[in-house]
Design a binder for this molecule. Structure first.
Ligand code: NAD
Ligand code: UDP
Length: 313
């Protein structure tokens, strides 16, 4: 199989490229290097089955592929709010272009949607049948609504053109190869704890997230693409729920850091609670996460220690 991975030089994309090569596939990695970097896939470049293309998914492209993993889209609030108009263009035009490609070459296409389609959820934990509670005009909507349109496009191309689609809704995922300046909470807390700097909590820290380790996530993406039973959307995440305060304490403890926690103003529209119901993933994919937060966080700290050139205390 020849697989295209859009956003392949990003955090999840680079792990996915690695896994697909290991499974014996040819991989075309496409990225505009907005939030991803060449460094993430540098080690794959010598592999004759790997090809790296600088391209923006907002522009069409023609490639001969069997599978499209469509990940291209900034995922950290800091990145997607930097140029919100570009973010929504990436989700909408990027997904139209990739669906157009899928249609032309009859490829199966998987979209990495997000738990953000549930917004600030009124149902807890969130199941796939929940329609969400998204502010359509807020600062997060370029991402949330962008992904909701992307899902809509996937479904309409499926119904109208019989395109072979898969949709996953990814919940907060973390791990090695997140950029130091990524801006999401796990990388921010690991980096601050290792540097002995303050960990900044936005709001009272009682908001919750459920954190999935990258290896578990990649395994789920591959299973989703390879099965014939369900087009999705299917939630993928780790249902163990933590407050942001608990996460901060864990990061400080595991890093054996002297860092302190400081409270900063809450971010606008910050979802208060988030946790996936993963019964569908269990049933359809035979999948559930196996990496507890404490283990994944330790691995992430090891990665950031290397990146920062800090020796273990
Ligand atoms: P990331 O920012 O590391 O990766 C995104 C990649 O897409 C980057 O390499 C970036 O350069 C590339 N990109 C952005 N805009 C592009 C464009 N217009 N054309 C081509 N490439 C472009 O983030 P990630 O965590 O690896 O996220 C990957 C995907 O998974 C995204 O679609 C994101 O919405 C989804 N997702 C991730 C999480 C998570 O917690 N990691 C949660 C929900 C959904
Ligand atoms: N957060 C925080 N400090 C940080 C980064 C994030 O307190 O340095 C909080 C943020 O307000 C949110 C949660 O951590 O409540 C998760 O934020 P993130 O940006 O990782 O992802 P989100 O799930 O909000 O998209």
């Amino acid at each position: 199989m020849r697989a295209l991975v859009t956003g392949g030089a990003g955090f999840l994309g680079s792990h996915l490229c690695e896994r697909l090569l290991k499974d014996g596939h040819e991989v075309i990695c496409l990225d505009n290097f907005f939030s991803g970097k060449r460094q993430n896939v540098k080690h794959l470049v010598p592999n004759p089955n790997f090809e790296l293309i600088r391209h923006d998914v907002v522009e069409p492209i023609l490639l001969e592929v069997d599978r499209i993993f469509h990940l291209a889209c900034p995922a950290s609030p800091v990145h997607y709010q930097y140029n919100p108009v570009k973010t929504i263009k990436t989700s909408v035009m990027g997904t139209i272009n990739m669906l157009g490609l899928a249609k032309r070459v009859r490829a199966r296409i998987l979209l990495t949607s997000t738990s953000e389609v549930y917004g600030d959820p009124e149902q807890h934990p969130q199941t796939e049948s929940y329609w969400g509670h998204v502010n359509p005009i807020g600062v997060r909507s370029c991402y949330d609504e962008g992904k909701r349109v992307a899902e809509c496009l996937m479904m309409d191309y499926h119904r109208q053109n019989n395109i072979d689609i898969r949709i996953v809704r990814i919940f907060n995922t973390y791990g090695p190869r997140m950029a130091i300046n990524d801006g999401r909470v796990v990388s921010n807390f690991c980096v601050a704890a290792l540097r002995g700097e303050n960990l900044e909590i936005f709001g009272d820290g009682e908001q919750t997230r459920a954190f999935a380790y990258v290896d578990d996530m990649i395994d789920a993406l591959v299973r989703m693409m390879n099965q014939e039973q369900h087009i999705g959307p299917i939630n993928i995440g780790n249902p163990d729920e933590f407050t942001i305060k608990e996460l901060a304490k864990l990061a400080i403890d595991l890093a054996r850091s002297s860092s302190k926690v400081v409270i900063k103003p809450a971010r606008p529209d910050d979802p208060v609670r988030r946790r996936p119901n993963i019964e569908l993933a269990k049933k359809v994919l035979g999948w559930q996460p196996t990496t507890p937060l404490i283990v994944g966080l330790q691995k992430s700290l090891d990665h950031f220690r290397d990146e920062l050139g800090i020796k273990e205390a």
